[in-house]
Design a binder for this molecule. Sequence first.
Ligand code: BGC
Length: 416
Amino acid sequence: MKKIIIGFYIFLMPSFVNAAPTAEVLHWWTSGGEAKALQVLKDDFAKAGGVWKDMPVAGGGGDAAMQTLKARIVANDAPAAAQIKGPTIQEYDDEGVVAPYNVDAVAKKEGWDKLLSKQVASHMKCANGKSYCAAPVNIHRIDWFWANKKVLDSNGIKMPKSWAEFNNAADKLQAKGIIPLAHGSQPWQDATVFEAVALGVGGNSFYKKAFVDLDPGTLNGSTMVKVFDQMRKLKGYTDAGSPGRDWNVATGMVMEGKAAFQIMGDWAKGEFAAAGKKPNVDYMCSPTPSKNGYLYNVDSFIFYKNAGNDKVEGQKLLASLMMGKNFQRVFNEYKGSIPARLDVSMDTFDLCAKKSNADLKNAGKKGGLLPSFAHGMALRGAQKGAIQDVVTKHFNSDMSSKDAAKQLASAVKASL
Ligand code: BGC
């Protein structure tokens, strides 16, 4: 009997020694729809034997999360994984704190280069594009109108096809005492609306010149003045409670019919879905007016250097699960986005997601597929911050459009 027990003990030893894959995950997905989507990953991780340590930092758009993350990195206390995106990924790589080896091994084994578009894959790579250091979970679109169907129908309003049409609809609604635009005036939300307006009013190449190339003449040009003019109009369509309001509270206003429209990325759809609302029944979705434009925003997780086999295994497991085919379907149905993987069928997605997927392909062909600057896909932190500051200062004061364009160019210059 003793021998058997000793034998049994020896047999089990290795699993006691190898602790379970563990990952502390820093993220800002705390709204109803966001939390529901993230739960899919937490569940998958637990099912695979992983131990998830949650590090949520509330605040839409992730500005607060980015500050917390920076402080953790400075204190040499990096989490295993953090929700970050765009050029900030490479910025952290430059600091030497990223762990490309873990996720790259998974990416090579699973053939990520074939599963992702070149554009998405390039955002995920470090070491001059040689190694994957981040894993993508989706593609969000920014330039959307969301609207309450009943409010539109009962006022004879259709989804606007031009900014002039939007302004007319908003004037009509306002005259009837309805809030035309649900908005939360926080810097990132002002920037979100601003980039959709810039894409529509200025066009695709204007957007690229201004917010990808940072061309001074475009930043301080007459088209930019027109963009700020439309922002001033939009400000007039918001209610007095707008400053500081969270984005999901604004979505709630549209849901409840307290306001007609919201301009927001399609994580807003995650809120409608979590509340059991259906497109074309309860709410409407359509891209904000532009010429085949599409502002994309890829949510991804970066992996930092972490000591310990349990943590390295946790990172590998997370990376693999995030790129799972079924995970990308289920997660994105909750999140409001579309899969980053190219081989996931869109059959089970709603009509807004199908539209997003079709428009993305079309925009890609027509030169309109552009990275969102407001959501950190186009610029590094300092330049993004400089633009966002001016946009929100203009929106929340009586600054003239001309002064705003001038300040935009000088703030960007100072940030370089
Ligand atoms: C992220 C979304 C998130 C949204 C609001 C965006 O920057 O990409 O995943 O839902 O911010 O928090």
